[in-house]
Design a protein around this ligand. Structure first.
Ligand SMILES: [Fe+2]
Ligand SMILES: [Fe+2]
Length: 288
């Protein structure tokens, strides 16, 4: 472990989410309370807590602008989707390899769960690719700038963001504009106008947006925006379109979170089906 990467791998954050947001049948009758949230914070692994401290401290307006300039010109590499999946799979995670799925296995498993529920082909494809933005780790980016719950920057941090207190360490905390409810944005401007904290969602959205329907773009761009899709925060920034399309973000989330405990998918057997699906929507190479 190094100072910038306290977790065994970027997936420790994702593996920890079902504990904070248990599957519906496991959830108590009453709505989750602030108390449940604090219980979660008290029990989280020290490495996960440290990860959130770094994330909340360093994700500033300036940082996000800098990362957008650095990565969104998409001039690093030309790669097809399956190639990117294999590239992502080279990411070494120190978690227990017997219990943790590989990157490709997580992607195929989410896609297979979506397929089993007979959703449209673009939806299955979205499951297959949703985490490819994590290749940012392979470009040397620290965990706190790749994974983690995302949130708008440039306006007040919602108290529903996990470990909200760590935002006191953020240079934007107390800023005369950034600390107000809408900050640098107009009320109901729409999320497209809003800069989200930097990570794998926003990056992959820009790589793939030209080839996918709007519903899929939203699923990719906001799947880690737990304050928005699970806690209903930041409604004052949402446009009518955001409200409409967040239904799809919410529809996607269980496939990401709760398909993991099932048995390992047979990737080699399933590969031909997925290569054909990729071909249906994407060119042979994309700019990353
Ligand atoms: Fe993700
Ligand atoms: Fe995921």
């Amino acid at each position: 472990m190094d100072e910038q990467n306290p977790m065994a791998g970027p997936d420790q954050w994702e593996s920890d989410l079902p504990r904070r947001y248990p599957a519906p049948q496991k959830e108590s009758q009453t709505d989750r309370s602030q108390q449940a949230f604090r219980d979660y914070e008290a029990e989280a692994r020290p490495t996960v807590k440290e990860f959130y401290r770094l994330n909340h401290q360093y994700q500033t307006v300036e940082f996000v602008k800098q990362k957008r300039d650095e990565f969104l010109s998409l001039n690093r590499q030309q790669m097809g989707i399956w190639e990117a999946m294999e590239f992502l799979n080279t990411l070494v995670d120190d978690s227990d390899p017997d219990t943790e799925l590989s990157q490709i296995e997580h992607l195929v498993q989410a896609a297979e769960a979506i397929r089993a529920d007979e959703h449209p082909r673009w939806f299955i494809l979205t499951g297959l690719i949703h985490d490819l933005g994590k290749i940012l780790c392979l470009f040397g980016e620290p965990q706190w700038a790749v994974v983690g719950d995302t949130f708008p920057v440039g306006c007040a941090h919602s108290s529903s963001i996990v470990y909200h207190d760590f935002f006191r360490l953020n240079p934007d905390w107390g800023h005369p504009v950034y600390s107000t409810q809408s900050g640098i944005y107009e009320a109901h401007a729409g999320l497209d106008q809003v800069m989200m904290s930097w990570g794998h969602d926003e990056y992959l959205y820009h790589v793939t947006k030209a080839h996918l329907p709007a519903e899929a773009q939203y699923m990719i761009r906001y799947h880690s925006f737990y304050p928005g899709h699970r806690e209903n925060a930041y409604q004052h920034l949402f446009s009518d379109q955001d409200h409409r399309l967040f239904q799809w973000v919410r529809k996607f989330n269980p496939y990401d979170l709760y398909s993991k405990s099932d048995s390992r998918p047979d990737v080699e057997r399933l590969k031909p089906f997925y290569l054909e699906l990729i071909d249906e929507f994407f060119p042979t190479e994309l700019a990353w």
